[in-house]
Ligand binder design. Structure first.
Ligand SMILES: N=CN[C@@H](CCC(=O)O)C(=O)O
Ligand SMILES: [Zn+2]
Length: 411
C-alpha cells in the first residue's frame, strides 16, 4: 500500500535522520519545503521533496494537499490518560476559593482519583481511557506517554499498567508506559510515608519491571508528596531494574529535584513551573529534556514554566499536555502549542519543535517519530487550508486539522 500526498503548501519539520533533539537557538529553525510532495509506503515515509522535482511517482492512493500544511503528528511525552471518572467538583471548589493544595490536604486530588480507580473494573477503565486516546489521536497526537499513579496499591497500579499495555496493543499510535507509584502518599500510609516508599521500592518496582509493564519510573518530587531522599531511593531502584527516570519536579517548589533527576540521568524532568538558576545550570550539563506543561499552568492558574529563559540558556525544551483529571483535563496538543506561544513567548517554530522532535526525544523514540525523515513512521497531520503554519497557534481554540495519518493510514 502506498500513499502520495502532493501539492503540499508547506511540509514542516523536514530533518536528516541524525537529528534527535533541537536546543537553544536551533529551536527557532523549523526546516520546511514549500510546494512539496511526500510518499509513504506501508507505514513509512520513503520520499519527499519539491513538486518541481517530482518524478513519475506511482501510488495506490493520492491526496491533493493544495493550500494545506503537512507536519509530523504531536509527540505528547507526559500524560495520565488512564483514570476513572472525573473531578469537576474540585474544579468548582477551586473557582470558589480553595487551592489545589487545600483540596489535596482535605483528601481530595490524587487520593480522590485513586479511590475511584480502585473501585473501577479493568474493563471499564480501559473503555474510559480508550475514548480519551481516540480523541487525542483525532487532535493530532501520534505518540504518547501514559503514566500509572492513580492506583497507589500494587494491585491497582498493575491494573493501570495492564490497561496501558492493552491501549498499546489496540491502537496504532506509539505508546510508552511509566510507573508513577509514588504519586501521592495513600491514606493508609498517612503517618508512615517511609513504609509506602519501602513498598514502592521493594515490591512495586521489581514486580512491574519483571512483568515488563513500564519503560520509565516517575515520582512526584514535591513538598507534601515525596522529598529528595524518597526520590533518590525510587530513581535508584528504578534504574537498577531497567526503568529510566522521567520525573515530576518543581511544580510548586524548587528544592533540588532537577539535580536529583539529572544525577540519575533522567530522560526528562517535567513541570518546572518554579526554576532557579542552579536548576538551569545543572540541566546545561546533561542530556535530560526539560518538559513544560502549559495547559496545567492555565488550568490551575499557576506560573508557566520559564521556557524563554531555558531556551535562551541554550537548553532544549519539550511541550506536553499532562492530560489528567485534576490539573489538566485536556489532551489537546494544539492548545498546548498555542498557549506556549501566547503565554510562554515561544515562537511558533520553537513550539512546534518542542511538541514534535523534542517530545519524541522525551519518550526515547526520536529515531522513529517527531520529524519528516526518510525511514521514520508515517504519522502526519494534514491541516485544513490555512494561510501559514503560524496561523495554527495564532487562531487558538479552533480545529485546524483536516486529517491525521497514523502508520500510513488515515485515522
Ligand atoms: N502533579 C502531579 N500529578 C499530576 C496531577 C495529578 C492530579 O491532580 O490528579 C500533574 O502532573 O499535574
Ligand atoms: Zn503529570
Amino acid at each position: 500500500m502506498s500513499l502520495l500526498i502532493k501539492n503540499i503548501k508547506e511540509l514542516l519539520q523536514v530533518r536528516e535522520s541524525h537529528i534527535s533533539v533541537v536546543k537553544g537557538k536551533d529551536m527557532r529553525v523549523l526546516p520546511s519545503i514549500k510546494n512539496a510532495y511526500l510518499l509513504i509506503e506501508h507505514d513509512t515515509i520513503v520520499d519527499y521533496g519539491s513538486m518541481d522535482d517530482i518524478q513519475n511517482l506511482e501510488a495506490d492512493k493520492i491526496i491533493d494537499a493544495s493550500g494545506k500544511i503537512v507536519l509530523p503528528t504531536w509527540c505528547d511525552s507526559h500524560t495520565h490518560i488512564v483514570y476513572a471518572g472525573n473531578r469537576e467538583q474540585e474544579f468548582v471548589d477551586r473557582i470558589n476559593g480553595l487551592s489545589y493544595e487545600d483540596i489535596a490536604n482535605r483528601g481530595g486530588g490524587i487520593l480522590n482519583s485513586a479511590e475511584k480507580l480502585q473501585n473501577t473494573t479493568e474493563e471499564d477503565l480501559y473503555q474510559q481511557s480508550a475514548k480519551r486516546l481516540k480523541n487525542v489521536i483525532k487532535l493530532g497526537t501520534g505518540a504518547i506517554e501514559i503514566k500509572s499513579g492513580y492506583g497507589l496499591t500494587l494491585e491497582a497500579e498493575l491494573k493501570m499498567l495492564r490497561v496501558i499495555k492493552r491501549l498499546k496493543k489496540e491502537f496504532p499510535v506509539k505508546v510508552r508506559a511509566t510507573l508513577l507509584a509514588a504519586h501521592a502518599v495513600p491514606k493508609a500510609y498517612k503517618n508512615n510515608k517511609t513504609a509506602f516508599v519501602d513498598l514502592v521500592v521493594n515490591k512495586m518496582i521489581p514486580e512491574v519491571a519483571n512483568e515488563k509493564l513500564a519503560n520509565y519510573i516517575d515520582v512526584f518530587c514535591e513538598k507534601g508528596y515525596f522529598d529528595l531522599e524518597d526520590t533518590e531511593r525510587i530513581l535508584k531502584t528504578g534504574r537498577e531494574h531497567g526503568l529510566i527516570p522521567k520525573i515530576h519536579v518543581n511544580q510548586f517548589n524548587a528544592f533540588g529535584g532537577v539535580g536529583m533527576g539529572v544525577k540519575y540521568q533522567a530522560l526528562s524532568v517535567d513541570h518546572l513551573e518554579q526554576m532557579d538558576q542552579e536548576d538551569i545550570e545543572v540541566l546545561k550539563n546533561s542530556d535530560t529534556m526539560p518538559v513544560a506543561l502549559p495547559s496545567c499552568s492555565y488550568f490551575l492558574s499557576i506560573p508557566y514554566t520559564p521556557g524563554r529563559q531555558l531556551i535562551d540558556a541554550g537548553l532544549p525544551l519539550a511541550l506536553a499536555t499532562d492530560y489528567n483529571p485534576g490539573s489538566t483535563p485536556s489532551g489537546n496538543m494544539n492548545f498546548v502549542v498555542s498557549t506556549a506561544c501566547i503565554k510562554m513567548k515561544m515562537t511558533p517554530e520553537e513550539a512546534i519543535n518542542a511538541a514534535t522532535i523534542n517530545g519524541a526525544y522525551a519518550m526515547g523514540i526520536s529515531n522513529m517519530y517527531g520529524s519528516i525523515t526518510k525511514g521514520k513512521k508515517a504519522n502526519l497531520i494534514i491541516t485544513k487550508e490555512i494561510p501559514s503554519y503560524a496561523f495554527m497557534p495564532y487562531a487558538f481554540g479552533e480545529n485546524h486539522i483536516e486529517q491525521v495519518i497514523i502508520n500510513g493510514l488515515i485515522y
